[in-house]
Design a protein around this ligand. Structure first.
Ligand code: FAD
Ligand code: SF4
Length: 481
């Protein structure tokens, strides 16, 4: 490495691609917040990498991307080779570059942190967007078809990553999803200001070009049985996600004007994307929710995770007059990504920390008038370092609201159609996969594999990708190809 390169981080600050101005965001612009690096910016930012001997960024990245190596290729403008290297570890690199909480993962462990971490995620997005726009596609010329066929249940990141790696192993992957489009929460949960839906359509084209087939609008266990899949295919991968809503049991939560977070985001994504707002309902909410008009309304979102951040920022774009996020712990103990909290603040969202909701209050006509909250203090950390919120007696107050969105989180539920085939359900509804005398991600049924949120509980896109990818390797091993 030249001396000039070695000290580039001192001369050039960390920069992110330009963002959509806040005035546009708060007046209803649903476009991706961050723009794209041009060639020069990407090369400069990549050139800030120190190329450490032991790259912590790669270790902290759940798919263990070869980050310093592809940053070097970017500096040399060898973008197609960089894209090949990105895809060798991560079947959805352009998605992860956009939605990973990099501040907690790769960038959070960059040696340069004190000087501003290398903008790894934005460069990853640059590499793959540029490569795909200039004709790069996964090289399948050396793949030998094995004649084996695998059904993948769920077209979320776990299922898509599994299908990609099965295709590379010469195994025909057929992906089933109950929704009308692929992507799972990438398509219907994560709003378009974080992930443009055209990115998912483009990925669908890439996967179809590799021979992956999709059967959409088909719910396994309802339209097609798992027995039919086991009869037709050599193995089955289950990547059905986590959709069981955490019920806070709040008095008044069934009032009109109280919305559960996920149906709110799904319906809204369908409307913003111009698709049928009455597509297949979210499991558990078969009565499709009608989205209220938020224009001019006071909206309170309960919950401080990424889902809560997506709700507050969506409410801003839907014209709400005042948007408040109430969270029972303090800011330091908030689960949502710091970057998303900063973006929400910039868009005018007000945060009320140390507030625990007690009930949702109604007026004379049963309309929501607000949330009764109590102030909290944090007690000493438990064995996991987590600090419980303890209510402070006598500190109750009414937080006025016209609409309340509840974003308390999700957990999986192992369906009966799996347990009836011998698959074990573990803590909090998770599918048990892997363990003693089994291949990684293999369930108690030898031809049924599982991964992603359905197995680990609600987590991240990149961890779902890692599990789908590794499950495909186990399936290939089982089928001895
Ligand atoms: P999913 O993405 O949930 O996909 C599962 C798929 O299985 C769905 O398409 C579903 O329709 C299908 N399915 C389920 N049952 C059946 C059946 N019986 N038959 C057919 N199909 C079925 N993570 C990040 O890293 N960054 C973020 O910014 C981020 N933001 C988020 C915002 C929200 C609002 C939410 C809810 C989550 C967010 N996450 C984020 C988490 C991330 O989206 C998930 O961890 C990830 O999508 C899990 O992938 P998966 O493939 O396991 O499941
Ligand atoms: Fe960072 Fe996520 Fe990319 Fe890994 S996949 S390098 S954690 S942005």
């Amino acid at each position: 490495m030249s001396r000039k390169q070695a000290f580039q981080f001192l001369d050039l600050p960390r920069t992110m691609p330009q963002r959509i101005p806040v005035e546009l965001r708060t007046s209803g612009d649903w476009g991706e917040l961050y723009g794209k690096f041009g060639k020069e910016d990407a090369q400069f930012q990549a050139g800030r990498c120190l190329d450490c001997g032991n790259p912590y960024c790669s270790w902290k990245c759940p798919v263990h991307n070869a980050i310093p190596q592809w940053l070097q290729l970017v500096q040399e403008n060898r973008i197609h080779e960089a894209a090949t290297l990105c895809h060798s570890t991560n079947p959805l690199p352009e998605v992860c570059g956009r939605v990973c909480p990099q501040d907690r993962l790769c960038e959070g462990s960059c040696t340069l942190e004190e000087f501003g971490a290398v903008t790894i995620g934005a460069v990853e997005k640059y590499i793959v967007d540029t490569a795909l726009a200039t004709g790069w596609r996964p090289d399948m010329t050396a793949v030998e078809p094995t004649g084996k066929r695998v059904a993948v249940i769920g077209a979320g990141p776990a299922g898509l990553a599994c299908a990609d790696k099965l295709a590379h192993a010469g195994i025909q992957a057929v992906v089933y999803d109950r929704y009308e489009q692929i992507g799972g929460l990438l398509q219907f949960g994560i709003p378009s200001f974080k992930l443009d839906k055209a990115v998912i359509s483009r990925r669908r084209n890439v996967l179809e070009g590799m021979g992956v087939q999709f059967r959409l609008g088909v719910e396994i266990g309802r339209d097609v049985s798992v027995d039919q899949l086991l009869a037709e295919y050599d193995a089955v991968f289950v990547g059905t996600g986590a959709y069981r809503y955490t019920d806070g049991g709040l008095l008044g939560q069934d009032l009109k004007g109280v919305l559960p977070a996920l149906p709110f985001l799904v319906q809204n994504s369908r409307i913003v994307g111009g698709s049928d707002a009455h597509g297949r309902p979210i499991a558990g909410w078969e009565d499709q929710i009608a989205l209220p008009d938020l224009e001019g309304k006071r909206v309170v979102v309960l919950g401080g995770g990424d889902t809560g951040m997506d709700c507050v920022r969506s409410a801003v774009r839907l014209g709400a007059a005042k948007v408040t996020c109430a969270y029972r712990r303090d800011e330091a103990n908030m689960p949502g990504s710091a970057r998303e909290v900063a973006n929400a603040r910039e868009e005018g969202v007000r945060f009320l920390f140390n507030r625990q909701p007690l009930s949702i209050e109604a007026g004379a006509d049963d309309e929501v008038i607000g949330v009764m909250v109590v102030e909290t203090r944090l007690d000493e950390p438990d064995a996991q370092g987590r600090r419980n919120a303890v209510p402070i007696e006598g500190s109750e107050s009414l937080l006025e609201a016209d609409v309340v969105i509840i974003a308390f989180g999700f957990s999986p539920s192992t369906p009966a159609w799996l347990t009836e085939r011998g698959v074990e359900a573990g803590h909090n509804g998770r599918i048990i996969a892997g363990g003693k005398d089994r291949l990684p991600f293999q369930t108690a049924h030898p031809r049924l594999f599982a991964g992603g949120d359905a197995v680990r509980g609600a987590d991240l896109v990149v961890t779902a990708v890692a599990e789908g990818r590794d499950a495909a390797a186990s399936i290939a091993q089982l089928l001895a190809v």
